[in-house]
Design a protein around this ligand. Structure first.
Ligand code: F0G
Length: 477
């Protein structure tokens, strides 16, 4: 049996030669050095992957070997929920790894939410990524990107964000002091919890007069014209870190593969990373099948759903119908159609990782659905009532699982993992509004998003400062 500690020693001598970056389109396939920082392939404009020479890298022969790391968590690399799987993310020399203790998250069986989704007891699991240091799954990826930023000596880093990437970038920059963070956010477009993080952690915060899609376009241009290092999920090293979410899901299930992974889709970084994680585990013989991945949009930001379900867009072995995508975006612009959803984290109409998400769908026999904001907020209240809670975008996964159950796509006895991407406290306005607004106020504030009813509202109870009144309320609870 290979011990992990001996692997660690072996890794030290090998790192840089056994990984490179590569264009994901097989027809191009151009390679780049590990320390290069192109945003996309210089030749064909496609996305890039980090690719490993697995045959020459030491990898354990069973996933269960990673269990020993949990017992030795005094080592920061073992404590990290990302780097304790370092043999599966072997792009960095270990002394370059920058970790802030990300990935201490939990997979919880939640029968109450399972019943709401329509699953048999013991079949629904929630992966609480809101328990990360910055309160969202982004920290899994940010440790990867910061490690790479350290490898290339970056002094400034930038991202566009609907809020969580900026919070994560800001906290990593603040703790490490490695570089200065510059974040681009759509003015008035991000939830207060997230904006407060970027400001408090000291990031230069550019509020662009536009939405995420505008900010994303601008940040790419700024990074091209300056020496800013791009921290969005276009950066393949971000996605390397996010693979670890899937390793922890498998770990939480005793290294068994679930039937479904259900994940909200915004810029499509997570779904892209998950597909890569499973493709690699399968290649390495560490799993014998892959789960199906369901990507869930909000109906107010449903580019992927429209392209896949409406236009039949597919990865097609890497031969994506780019003309169909271009025509779709041209039409969107002609209609001036902007993303519009209360799930502000996924209020994105031009997902940069579209190609990689299509690849995930193909390799996992995945599906795509869009759910309305009303269903998202109802599902969110159910998650809250049975667990640690989540922000609206995260609950799209639960609402999506419920829809797929109703449609008979997911079976009642299948094992389903919904990824809860962000913490409840990120967006107090959505939560407090849902639970406390009177019907007219709810329509006024949220009606424009199609939210007209709060079926699972837990209303605060107004009571006079009078002991008799208070006792009457308490006795009637
Ligand atoms: N859930 C939350 C809480 C998010 O913050 C995001 C993305 C997503 C889901 C979607 O994930 O982009 O990988 O498909 N937030 C990004 C940001 C865009 O800027 O924080 P994805």
């Amino acid at each position: 049996m290979i011990r992990l500690e001996s692997l660690k020693e072996a890794r030290r001598s090998t790192a840089a030669d056994l990984a490179h970056q590569q264009c994901i389109r097989p027809a191009c396939g151009r390679t780049y050095e590990l320390t290069a920082t192109p945003q996309r392939c210089d030749d064909c404009g496609a996305l890039l992957d980090v690719v490993y020479d697995w045959e020459h890298l030491p990898v354990p022969d069973r996933l269960a070997l990673f269990d020993e790391r949990r017992a030795s968590s005094r080592d920061p690399l073992d404590y990290s929920g990302v780097w304790r799987f370092r043999e599966l993310i072997p792009f960095a020399d270990l002394d370059k790894v920058l970790t802030i203790g990300e990935g201490q998250t939990q997979l919880r069986r939640t029968d109450g939410v399972g019943a709401y989704v329509g699953l048999a007891p013991g079949r629904l699991f929630l992966q609480y990524e809101g328990l990360n240091p910055s309160g969202s799954f982004k920290d899994n990826g940010m440790t990867g990107a910061f490690t790479h930023a350290r490898m290339v000596g970056a002094k400034f880093a930038a991202c566009a964000s609907t809020g969580n990437t900026s919070a994560s970038l800001a906290v990593f920059a603040g703790i490490s002091g490695l570089l200065k963070a510059v974040v681009f956010v759509g003015s008035g477009k991000i939830a207060y919890g997230k904006l407060s993080q970027a400001l408090d952690y000291g990031a230069a915060t550019l509020q662009i007069d536009g939405d995420f899609d505008d900010a994303m376009r601008q940040v790419q241009e700024v990074c091209l014209q300056t020496n800013l290092y791009l921290m969005n999920s276009l950066n393949p090293f971000r996605l390397e870190g996010q693979k670890a979410i899937m390793y922890r899901v498998l770990e939480g299930l005793g290294w068994e593969v679930p039937d479904w992974i259900v994940v909200p889709g915004g810029n499509l970084g997570n779904s892209s990373a998950f597909g890569k994680a499973f493709a690699e585990l399968l290649h390495l013989g560490l799993i014998d099948r892959v789960p199906r991945v369901a990507i869930i949009n909000s109906t107010g930001a449903d580019t992927l759903t429209r392209l896949v379900n409406g236009h039949g867009l597919r990865w097609n072995g890497g031969d994506v119908d780019d003309a169909a995508v271009d025509a779709f975006y041209a039409q969107m612009d002609a209609e001036n159609r902007k993303a519009h959803t209360l799930a502000s984290a996924i209020e994105i109409n031009r997902p940069v990782n579209l190609d990689k998400a299509l690849r995930t769908l193909e390799m996992t026999d995945g599906v795509v659905r869009a759910v309305p904001d009303e269903a998202i907020l109802d599902a969110k209240a159910q998650v809250g009532a049975h667990g640690f809670g989540c922000e609206p975008a995260s609950a799209a996964s639960v609402a999506g699982a419920r829809l797929l159950r109703e449609q008979g796509v997911i079976g009642r006895d299948e094992r389903v993992v919904c990824i809860l991407t962000g913490h409840l406290l990120k967006d107090p306005h959505a939560t407090v509004g849902y639970h406390s607004f009177a019907p007219e106020k709810l329509k006024e504030e949220f009606g424009g998003y199609g939210v007209n009813e709060a079926r699972h509202a837990n209303r605060p109870i107004a009571v006079r400062d009078d002991i008799e009144d208070i006792l009457r309320v308490v006795r009637n609870l």
